[in-house]
Design a protein. Structure first.
Length: 358
């Protein structure tokens, strides 16, 4: 019994002695698993460059579009095109039933020839004194009225044909064959495919730059357009500028125009993005140095910027003029504004967020 107890005690002591040895051997692994991230106070750099670049939502519209209608009322006899079909200027698109207009033309012709004969007869007789001057003037007036009525009948018959005003594509059909259309009632829609327009809303703080350029005769602000179906920017030109703000948004409607992109289907109503590079007359690329942001080594000034994607600090050289940083920072950088002398390049860091009540 004494030997067994002594053996058990020896094993217990050996196990206890082995515990701290294991802990000391794994201290470095624990430190690697629990690396500390230092909180740093940062401020995003906003440099007032010579240009403002903004990406704004826009909407596609047809550059040239029209709603086509007949100038006379009647029953639609034929519609020769369908939506989406390409047409050329002068193509016959639709016709009305011409029967009633042909009848009116025949009546007008008969009245014209009758009044023409009466007028010519009166012209001969008035010189002989057989017909009074009043009767002659009446026949002359009737002849002129008959001529006008004939011209009108010819014109109305021609109005039973609807032609394409320019090269384009049929965008919409409002009516079908055998339906009765009123005068100037929409029948077809047409739009050009040679160019497209993009409209967007420009905030009021930027409209002044565009207006100043227009007044001075300089080139307008640089703008580019990108469509959802292709990741490519296309140059555009300013077409229209509304100088009255939208009462609901306080912004101004701008219409751009550009040639229709090749091999890209762009239709009215599609979404687009507009990248506008707007000039700023009061430009300055300097940044005021915050207290505690600057460190100096070997006559060179440095600051730390925080990289939010990897939560690390980067030490960058800067040029200083008085109390301003004039070079070395980029627009959008996160500058560490306090405790720079205690930091190191590549150090792990997180953005310090002020807690409530502090």
């Amino acid at each position: 019994m004494m030997k067994v107890g002594h053996r058990f005690t020896s094993l217990l002591v050996a196990g206890v002695l082995s515990i701290p040895t294991y802990s000391l051997a794994n201290t470095e692994d624990v430190d690697l698993l629990h690396q500390t991230y230092r909180p740093v106070k940062v401020k995003q750099v906003s440099l007032d460059h010579a240009f403002h670049q903004r990406i704004l939502p826009g909407e596609v519209s047809a550059s040239d579009r029209a709603t086509l209608s007949f100038r006379v009322a009647g029953e639609i006899a034929t519609i020769n095109v369908h939506p989406g079909e390409d047409v050329n200027a002068g193509d016959l698109l639709a016709t009305l039933d011409p029967a009633i207009f042909e009848q009116q033309l025949e009546v007008a012709k008969a009245q014209f020839y009758l009044n023409k004969v009466l007028f010519e007869r009166s012209s001969n007789l008035v010189e002989q004194g057989v017909v009074s001057r009043n009767d002659f003037d009446q026949s002359k007036s009737d002849y002129a009225i008959a001529q006008a009525a004939l011209d009108k009948a010819n014109t109305e018959l021609a109005y039973t044909h609807l032609y394409a005003p320019y090269d384009g594509v049929i965008s919409r059909r409002f009516m079908r064959m055998f339906e009765f259309t009123q005068q100037q009632e929409a029948v077809l829609g047409i739009q050009t495919e040679l160019s497209v327009d993009v409209s967007f809303q420009l905030p009021e703080q930027f409209i002044g730059a565009v207006q100043r350029n227009r007044a001075s005769g300089e080139s307008h602000a640089e703008v580019q357009v990108k469509f959802d179906s292709r990741d490519e920017w296309f140059d555009a030109k300013l077409k229209e500028l509304n100088t009255v703000a939208d009462p609901s948004t306080g912004s101004y409607t701008i219409i751009l125009t550009l040639p229709a992109p090749d091999e890209l289907n762009v239709f009215p109503g599609m979404a687009a993005k507009v990248k506008a590079i707007l000039p700023n007359n009061e430009s300055s690329a300097s940044f005021l140095i915050p207290s505690g942001a600057l460190v100096e080594e070997a006559n060179q000034a440095y600051v730390f910027i925080w990289l939010p994607d990897i939560n690390q600090l980067k030490k960058v050289p800067v040029s200083v003029n008085g109390e301003q940083i004039v070079d070395g920072l980029q627009d959008g950088d996160w500058l560490v504004v306090a405790g720079a002398s205690e930091l190191s390049d590549g150090q792990n860091a997180v953005r310090w967020v002020k807690e409530r009540g502090l």
